[in-house]
Write a protein that binds this ligand. Structure first.
Ligand SMILES: *Cc1c(COP(=O)(O)O)cnc(C)c1O
Length: 385
C-alpha cells in the first residue's frame, strides 16, 4: 500500500537519537532548548516552546491567552478535531467560520460578516484559531486587521505548515498572530514521532506557556510568593500539566530541521507532477495562492461528481483496493457526534460540507517515487470511469 503520508528518516536522524540515549539526559536536557531555538530562528519568531504534541501546544496557547469558561473562541470546521477541542479544554464556548471555496481555509469575508453580526449581538470571540489547511497559509494580514478592529487574539494552527511562507515571512513568524502552533506527528512535514511547538514574539506568553507545559511550577524567584528556602525550592503558581517533549524527540527534531528546505522542494516537485498527470481528469487540483508558498502537507483533490457516474466512496474504495492509501481531510468538526450534542447541525457550514463530500487526499510525502505518482494517477483515471 502506498501510504497517504510518511516520515523520512535517515542515518543522521538515527545517530542523533542514539546519541541522546547514551547521554545523561533523556528529558530536560540541552536538545529541546536547542530545537526550540532552531525553530524560532527558522520562522523568524522570538520564542519557541516545544511540547509533546500540537494538541498540547494548542491547549497551552489557549491557556496562556487566558481563555476560560464564559469566553468564546472560533475556528474552522475543515480541520482535525484538536483545533476545536483545545477551546473546550479551557471551558470556553466554541463556534466556527466556514471556508473559502478555493483554498478550503477560513474565509476572511465570512469571518468579517460573522464578526459584524457578533458585535451587534454583543458576543465577540476572545480568540480565533485559523488553520493553514494542507500547508497553505490563511490570509493572515486580513485576519489580523480584523483582530485589531474587533479585539480578539489569534492562534495560528500551523500543524500542516512548517516550512511554508506567507507574503515575505515564514509561517510561524507570528507577524499577524499572537501564537503559532506546529505538529511533528509522522504524517506532517518533519517529525519528532509525537511532538509540537508554539512560537510567539511575546515574552510573557512564552513564559506562561513554559509554565503550563510543566506543572505550573517555577524556579524563578521573581515570580515567587515566598523566599527561596534553598536549591531544592520551587513554587507552583498555576495549574499546569506535563506536556514536556523528551530529549530523544528534541534531537530528532533538530536533525529533521536540517532537511526541511529539501523536504518542501521535494513536495513541490511531486505537486507539479500530480498537476501534470491529473490534467484533463474530472477533478479540481489544489489551488496555490499567490500570497503563500505552501509546505504541501496534503494534496487534496475534489472530484467533479456531476461529471462522473461514481460516488466519492466508490472512487475512494477503488483506489484503496488497488493499493493506493488515500484519505479524506476533513470530516467537518461540527458534524462530529460530540459537537452535534452541543447543538451544531449539518448544513450550518455548507462550504466545508460541500468540500468534504467530494474530497480525496492523494498520497504525498518526501520520498514518494515518480513510479508511485504515475501509478496513483493511472489508478485514479481508471477509478473515475
Ligand atoms: C495533526 C493536527 C493537529 C494535532 O497534532 P498532534 O501533534 O497530533 O497533536 C492539530 N491540528 C491540525 C490541523 C492537525 O492536522
Amino acid at each position: 500500500m502506498i501510504p497517504y503520508g510518511r516520515q523520512s528518516i535517515n542515518q543522521l536522524d538515527m545517530d542523533a537519537v542514539l546519541e541522546v540515549l547514551q547521554s545523561d539526559f533523556l528529558t530536560q536536557g540541552p536538545k529541546v532548548p536547542a530545537f526550540e531555538k532552531r525553530v524560532a530562528e527558522y520562522t523568524g519568531s522570538k520564542f519557541g516552546i516545544a511540547v509533546n504534541s500540537a494538541t498540547s501546544a494548542l491547549h497551552i496557547a489557549c491557556l496562556s491567552l487566558g481563555l476560560k469558561k464564559g469566553d468564546l473562541a472560533w475556528t474552522t470546521p475543515n480541520t482535525f478535531v484538536a483545533s476545536a477541542n483545545c477551546i473546550l479544554y479551557c471551558g470556553a464556548d466554541i463556534d466556527f467560520v466556514d471556508v473559502d471555496e478555493r483554498t478550503y481555509n477560513m474565509c476572511p469575508d465570512m469571518l468579517e460578516r460573522k464578526l459584524e453580526s457578533a458585535q451587534k449581538l454583543g458576543r465577540l470571540p476572545d480568540v480565533v484559531i485559523p488553520v493553514h489547511f494542507a500547508g497553505q497559509s490563511c490570509d493572515m494580514k486580513r485576519i489580523w486587521q480584523l483582530s485589531q478592529k474587533f479585539g480578539f487574539k489569534i492562534i495560528e494552527d500551523a500543524s500542516h505548515a512548517i516550512g511554508g511562507s506567507y507574503l515575505d515571512d515564514k509561517v510561524g513568524s507570528c507577524k499577524y498572530s499572537n501564537i503559532t502552533v506546529f505538529s511533528f506527528h509522522p504524517v506532517k512535514i518533519i517529525t519528532t514521532a509525537e511532538g509540537g511547538l508554539a512560537t510567539t514574539n511575546d515574552e510573557s506568553l512564552a513564559h506562561k506557556m513554559a509554565l503550563f507545559r510543566s506543572h505550573g511550577v517555577t524556579r524563578d524567584p521573581s515570580l515567587m510568593s515566598h523566599e527561596v528556602e534553598g536549591d531544592w525550592y520551587y513554587e507552583q503558581i498555576e495549574l499546569g500539566l506535563n506536556y514536556r517533549m523528551t530529549e530523544i524527540q528534541g534531537a530528532l527534531g533538530l536533525s529533521q530541521m536540517d532537511k526541511l528546505t529539501d523536504f518542501i522542494e521535494k513536495r513541490h516537485s511531486h505537486r507539479q507532477r500530480y498537476d501534470e498527470l491529473l490534467n484533463g481528469m474530472p477533478l479540481v487540483t489544489p489551488f496555490q495562492s499567490s500570497l503563500c508558498h505552501s509546505s504541501l502537507h496534503l494534496y487534496p483533490i475534489r472530484l467533479k461528481l456531476s461529471d462522473i457516474s461514481k460516488s466519492r466512496s466508490e472512487v475512494f474504495k477503488y483506489l484503496k483496493d488497488k493499493g493506493v492509501g488515500v484519505n479524506v481531510h476533513y470530516i467537518p468538526v461540527h458534524t462530529q457526534p460530540y459537537y452535534q450534542k452541543m447543538g451544531f447541525k449539518k448544513g450550518m457550514f455548507p462550504e466545508s460540507e460541500r468540500y468534504y463530500d467530494s474530497a480525496i487526499s492523494l498520497p504525498l510525502y518526501q520520498d514518494i517515487t515518480d513510479d508511485n505518482l504515475q501509478y496513483v494517477c493511472k489508478v485514479l483515471k481508471e477509478g473515475l470511469v
